[in-house]
Design a protein around this ligand. Structure first.
Ligand code: C2E
Ligand code: CA
Ligand code: CA
Ligand code: CA
Length: 275
């Protein structure tokens, strides 16, 4: 039997129940964590492809449970979505990020937003309130949304994107190339930036055609005057190919892993910027 703590044990062969129980347990822990503001945020630098300077950061949510175990966002974000907690989680991440980035006037701030958050009719209003509360210029904020929302609920997506643009916030199409979004949707929805998915970048090493596909994709975006960030860059070779392809911004472990707010301040904003 497996010991789940608090005297709960379970037979190994009944694997469905183990999963369901662990799931429920994790959901309760996440709920408790949200009530105490326990989700933290790390920031990954965004690099100008020409100058090599850090011009912005992407905020990435982190959850370390009380027992010290770190749960990856690929687990707890979908969990929060299923459990109706994503609005709360998303706004906590946004507020935390805005407060930290208010001390970095030269950097842009990218924040991931779940498609479910766009369904909230008060979303744009809440973003505006949050930028005001943090005294953060909304033009420095870029909301990153994935294409799923464009397909499942295009009208909702359009309303939210239009609303964000009206208050000066920029909107990036995240994970481009991982699904079915077309270049056409970039313009139709008025996206300010495209982020090429890590899988396309990784394919450069193994697939002869991947380079051509990537080059054509970036060229089309550039033709529409939509700047392109390439994410998940791990090698110099990838960085070179992407620079030559016309990406204006690079992101990946080659340059930096996600780092704490204090590290951003110390490394990219000068000691005096920390206040
Ligand atoms: P994403 O938005 O595509 O974020 C980029 C992910 O790639 C991050 O993973 C980042 O740590 C990772 N990454 C960056 N450079 C490299 C690299 O060179 N190599 C590799 N292998 N990975 C790299 P992370 O932090 O685990 O986040 C995973 C996903 O979880 C994010 O993918 C995003 O979809 C979601 N997520 C994270 N934070 C939030 C949040 O606050 N709200 C929402 N809605 N989603 C979030
Ligand atoms: Ca992202
Ligand atoms: Ca992405
Ligand atoms: Ca992703």
């Amino acid at each position: 039997a497996k010991d789940l703590g608090r005297g709960i044990t379970i037979d190994f062969d009944d694997s469905f129940d183990v999963d369901a129980l662990q799931q429920a347990e994790l959901e309760n822990e996440l709920r408790a964590t949200l009530l105490t503001g326990g989700i933290s945020v790390m920031f990954q630098p965004l690099i100008d492809a020409r100058s090599g300077a850090v011009t912005g950061v992407e905020a990435l949510a982190r959850w370390r449970k009380e027992d010290g175990v770190a749960i990856p966002p690929d687990i707890f974000i979908p969990l929060a979505e299923r459990a109706g907690m994503i609005d709360l989680l998303g706004m906590q991440v946004l507020r935390t990020s805005l407060n930290a980035a208010a001390a970095w006037p030269a950097l842009r701030l990218g924040v991931n937003i779940s498609p479910l958050q766009l369904k909230n009719p008060r979303f744009v209003e809440q973003v505006e309130e949050a930028t005001k509360a943090a005294d953060f210029d909304p033009r420095r904020l870029i909301v990153e949304v994935t294409e799923s929302v464009l397909i499942s609920n295009p009208e909702q997506a359009r309303r939210a994107i239009d609303g964000l643009k009206k208050i000066g916030v920029k909107v990036a199409l995240d994970d481009f190339g991982s699904g079915y979004a077309s270049i056409g949707s970039l313009r139709r929805f008025g996206f300010d930036r495209m982020k090429v998915d890590r899988s396309l970048v990784a394919a450069l090493e193994v697939d002869q055609n991947a380079g051509a596909v990537l080059q054509a994709t970036v060229a089309l975006a550039n033709a529409l005057q939509i700047p392109v960030t390439a994410e998940g860059i791990e090698t110099e070779r990838q960085a070179t190919v992407l620079r030559l392809s016309g990406c204006d911004e690079l992101q990946g472990y080659l340059f930096s892993r996600p780092v704490s707010a204090d590290e951003v301040t110390a490394l990219y904003c000068g000691a005096e910027a920390g206040g």
